[in-house]
Write a protein that binds this ligand. Structure first.
Ligand code: WTA
Length: 647
């Protein structure tokens, strides 16, 4: 079957910032003369002291290093706020929609946001927060989350946001890893009508974190929460007394901006570190070009600020570009599956950006929930976080966008800071399921497992051969792990962990992770993390976790568990283990299937054969490949015979 192609409409080609000719010209220049390309592109930032050096980067072990605009100085909060005050101080920066539709929305102008950020920055200073210090943020999707981020950026503190769906355990691990002295949180979060006990979670986490001496608590739902004397203070009353002026700190381009923990194929989540100048250029450039953003447009990225998508496209990218950014506290199907589209109508959203998992969950509810809303303001749709299957793409395009809105399927990662491969709506003919072509400066290559480059059409491991400004700079506290994780698999290249196909037109099709990372509802999880949570349970001897196909989540979690000898596994234990993992990591890590087994398939040297477990997880057991190296091949037959049916 020939694949569908959706050419750029005449209107988009005419009105967009970048048409096909310009894309080709700019892309060519960005890779043949990066110095001049980035020198120009970086002018979108207001520098305090202009840089003279553009790029000093090497992915090779002997002279490994990544720095951009090194001798320039800037302040990112000033770039998001102060510089807009003269021209658009009274325009809306943040449009906030609450979880409960009957709660009034909040409209915060650039001037008001500037004032709130200054007050909060002064509050942080009064608590002794200094340049370079880590501030942990554990907040729901409320404007104060953006205020907190920008306040950190204003004084040069490094923010580390922990998604409010993570458990106290997971929070404690992240606080300790970056040695954070201060935590910002709320009494409770609200999602889909359910309350999330954030402050209680923080109290629980802090039993394990000796480093924290200050907690600032936002009264969001008004719940009565424990306040620890001498440690906890109320956000509003503490901020109120602060001055509304706060001079932005002069930061070097390579000073850290934030840490964001993300899952890898081994060990604990790693603290991805982004720095200031390059990230600013990348977030703002990609936001402008990928979404064809023009001043005055209402932009809605439906991601949580706890993920990188929220960092770059709810807060930094849009605010740098002076946009009105929508922030939504709730979930797509509460109180009913029309909610997204009602918000689109309420605010006149023109650009809407979401994850395929949300679209698939809405698609299954039927078209009438969409059709009863107008959506006439929409002009562009975006997708992020996981491959979008052609059915969901088609539904998004035909039902949500009524055939008139291009879809930008954006491939990127926490590590890349912003979009790396994506259509540009005025330049790129679309193919459902393909992230299409590289962003400026991005040089993707496909390698086979021996590291040989695949030319033309083919399938391989996706690597990037040169640096781009938004690239992460290190793993917090473990620079060696940074090099080992990303630059040691293939010499001289950044290894993405993704598999990818390139077609005859040079379009890229991401096929999914090829390491032990799974993508559950657009959220990254390391199978190793779920395994270590399981084996931490007193009744579990051993566990192996793999991904399995899941209609809504994209991938689900399939866990093989061996219990301790004296334990008889049963339904009660299964439920207890599910609850345990949720408690250890958070609801996103809920196992979909737990299969108890007396043994796992291992090689004679004792290595678990994950390849076989993946096949069983996928229920694709017709061709298991070579099993001759197994110590006991009968283990596999018994696993297949006893495979439970997913609920
Ligand atoms: C996957 C999210 C296919 C990919 C921004 C990547 C995608 C991982 C796409 C990063 C896409 C992200 N098509 N796969 N458009 N976007 N991915 O760090 O496997 O949470 O490596 O960043 O998500 O997830 P992360």
């Amino acid at each position: 079957m020939a694949e569908a192609v959706y050419p750029v409409s005449a209107e988009w080609a005419r009105d967009a910032l970048i048409d096909e000719g310009r894309y080709r010209e700019m892309y060519e220049r960005s890779v043949s003369d990066p110095e001049s390309f980035w020198r120009e592109e970086a002018q979108r930032v207001d520098w305090m002291r202009p840089f003279t050096v553009v790029k000093q980067t090497s992915f090779h072990e002997d002279d490994f290093g990544i720095s951009w605009f090194t001798d320039g100085t800037l302040n990112l909060s000033a770039n998001c706020l102060d510089r807009h005050l003269a021209a658009r101080g009274e325009e809306i920066a943040i449009l906030w929609e609450a979880d409960d539709p009957s709660t009034p929305e909040r409209r915060i102008t650039y001037r008001q946001l500037h004032e709130q950020v200054c007050r909060f920055a002064n509050l942080l200073k009064s608590k002794g927060v200094r340049k370079g210090e880590r501030v942990t943020i554990y907040l729901p999707m409320v404007p104060e989350a953006a205020v907190a981020m920008l306040a950190c950026a204003r004084i040069g503190a490094i923010h580390s946001i922990v998604f409010a769906g993570f458990s106290p355990e997971a929070l404690a691990g992240r606080i300790t890893d970056c040695d954070s002295r201060i935590v910002l949180t709320a009494d409770e979060g609200l999602r889909g009508g359910k309350k999330i006990p954030l402050k209680t979670n923080v109290d629980e986490a802090l039993k394990e974190c000796a480093c924290v001496d200050t907690v600032i608590v936002l009264a969001h739902t008004g719940a009565d929460v424990h306040m620890e004397d001498g440690r906890d203070c109320d956000w509003a009353s503490a901020a109120e007394g602060q001055s509304a002026e706060c001079e932005p700190a002069e930061m070097n381009a390579e000073d850290p901006l934030f840490i964001l923990y993300t899952s890898g194929s081994t060990g604990k989540p790693k603290g991805v570190l982004h720095t200031t100048g390059g990230y600013a250029v990348w977030a703002s450039m990609t936001h402008e070009y990928v979404f064809d953003y023009k001043p005055g447009q209402i932009f809605w990225c439906a991601a949580d600020v706890g993920w990188v998508t929220g960092h770059s496209y709810v807060v930094y990218g849009p605010l740098m570009n002076g946009a009105t950014t929508v922030m939504f506290e709730g979930v797509p199907n509460h109180p009913d599956p029309s909610r997204f589209w009602q918000i689109v109508d309420k605010f006149g959203v023109e650009i809407f950006y979401a994850a395929p998992t949300a679209l698939r969950s809405l698609m299954r509810e039927g078209d009438e929930w969409v059709r009863k809303t107008s959506r006439k303001s929409l002009r562009l749709l975006g997708s992020v976080g996981e491959p979008i299957n052609p059915e969901a793409w088609g539904w998004y395009h035909e039902v949500v966008g009524e055939g008139r809105c291009p879809i930008v399927d954006t491939w990127w990662q926490t590590e890349t800071g912003g979009v790396m491969i994506s259509p540009l709506p005025g330049a790129t003919a679309l193919k459902p399921g393909s992230a299409t072509r590289p962003m400026f400066g991005v040089q993707p290559r496909l390698l086979d497992s021996d590291g040989r480059e695949i030319d033309g059409a083919g399938d391989g491991c996706l690597v990037i051969t040169d640096s781009w400004p938004g690239q992460m700079r290190t793993v917090w506290g473990d620079h060696e792990r940074f090099f080992q994780t990303y630059f040691s698999t293939f010499k001289g290249a950044y290894f993405t962990g993704d598999g990818c196909r390139r077609d005859e037109d040079g379009y890229y099709w991401i096929t999914g992770r090829i390491d032990d990372v799974i993508n559950v509802s657009g959220h990254r999880l390391g199978t190793a993390e779920v395994e270590s949570a399981l084996v931490a349970h007193a009744k579990v001897a051993e566990a192996a976790v793999v991904g399995m196909p899941h209609d809504i989540k994209g991938q689900g979690i399939y866990a093989f568990v061996t219990t301790n000898a004296e334990v008889e596994p049963d339904e009660d234990l299964r439920k207890a283990l599910v609850a345990w993992v949720r408690h250890e990591i958070g609801p996103i890590a809920t196992p979909d299937v737990i299969q108890f087994t007396p043994a796992l398939p291992k090689t004679r040297s004792g290595k678990i054969m994950r390849r076989i477990l993946r096949k069983i997880g996928e229920n694709d057991v017709s061709n298991l490949g070579d099993t001759s190296t197994l110590a006991d091949p009968s283990v596999v037959d018994s696993l297949i015979a006893n495979r439970p049916q997913p609920a």
